[in-house]
Design a binder for this molecule. Structure first.
Ligand code: PHE
Length: 344
């Protein structure tokens, strides 16, 4: 039996020594010290020994047991710290690595154009105002000298929600709103950037588009003021060499009315595919505020006069950035939008 004990002890110590993982060490522990362990089995046999042999063997087995326990503990601690070190190593974060870049959005080309226009006009003393996109027939047409049944209503194919309400077809509706809100107070100097809606849909027309309206009302406002203002506006947007051409036109809320062309900024007026070989690009509607409109909205046309203009922001953005299809502006395609990711 003595031999047995020393054999078990020798094997146990060897196996403990060789254990490379905590799990294996646990198995060794069970193998020798567990309920059905080899050393435990010896202890159980003590009952069958003689009275002289029992204490001797008892102390032998017990000292073997405590030696095994001690070694197990020491080994367990060293394996634990080894495994912890391994884990820490594998989970290490290198704080000196460059961070992954946060993805930044870019300004939409339409917003770029709007902001540029706002900055310019605010620097000339204008206010930036807005009005509702769901507009009444009254403000979109009637107060602009376009009574119900007026043939010029056919110029703008409209989305009516009810006989009284429609999606505004032009930011001109805010002309009437501004005058009604100010009533005889002058000067009025406003621009109105905003969404407008018409029943159109092709490469150069979208059912939703953007306009910017301009309105000035004061004493002694003349065509010279309109011309000078539009010249500053267009040169600022399209370049110093831009020239303007006023052609007589018709709008019910201005008299006289003009269609305003700018010299083609691609060919400088020589003629190219952009300007369809004419050298000119039609860009704005404008005119002197019609006396009826002044009167209807609270201003005495004998005392006050004004000018108004309106232009499509989409067209302006398209020309400025060389965009060929208006629908790109509303498609939300990230490949298109990131092209405008400049740092300014
Ligand atoms: N509202 C007109 C349009 O949408 C443009 C315009 C504005 C014309 C102001 C004259 C004065 O066609």
């Amino acid at each position: 039996m003595e031999e047995q004990v020393s054999k078990i002890l020798k094997n146990a110590l060897q196996e403990i020594e060789q254990a490379k993982e905590l799990k294996i060490l646990e198995d060794v522990k069970v193998k020798y010290l567990g309920k059905k362990g080899e050393l435990t089995a010896l202890l159980k046999m003590m009952g069958g020994l003689s009275n002289e042999e029992r204490p001797k063997m008892g102390s032998l087995v017990n000292s073997a047991k405590s030696e095994i326990e001690e070694k197990l503990e020491v080994k367990e601690m060293s394996l634990q710290s080894e495994e912890l070190a391994k884990k820490l190593e594998s989970e290490r974060i290198d704080v000196t690595l460059p961070a992954t870049k946060a993805r930044r959005g870019s300004k939409h080309p339409l917003n770029r154009v709007i902001e540029e226009i706002e900055d310019l006009f605010v620097s000339m003393g204008y206010d930036v105002v807005s009005g509702p996109e769901l507009e009444t027939d009254e403000y979109c047409f009637e107060r602009l000298n376009l009574p119900k049944g007026h043939p010029a209503r056919d110029m703008q194919d409209s989305f009516y929600i009810s006989p009284e309400y429609l999606l505004r077809t032009q930011t001109s509706a805010v002309q009437a709103r501004t005058m009604m809100a100010n009533k005889e107070k002058t000067p009025i100097r406003v621009i109105v950037p905003g969404k407008t809606f018409r029943r159109e849909d092709d490469a150069t027309h979208s059912h939703q588009f953007n306009q910017v309206e301009g309105l000035v009302v004061d004493e002694n406002i003349s065509f010279a003021d309109l011309k000078g203002t539009l010249e500053i506006f267009m040169k600022h947007m399209l370049g110093e060499n831009t020239e303007l051409r006023f052609r007589p036109s018709y709008f019910p809320f201005t008299e006289p009315s003009y269609e305003v062309d700018v010299s083609c900024f691609k060919c400088g007026g020589k003629g190219c595919n952009l300007c369809k070989q004419t050298g000119w690009i039609e860009l704005l509607g404008a005119g002197i505020v019609h006396p009826n409109v002044l009167k209807m909205n609270g201003y005495d046309p004998e005392k006050y006069s004004g000018f108004a203009f309106g232009t499509g922001l989409d067209r302006l953005a398209m020309f400025k950035y060389g965009i060929t299809d208006i629908r790109l502006l509303y498609g939300n395609d990230i490949r298109f939008l990131t092209q405008f990711d400049r740092k300014d």
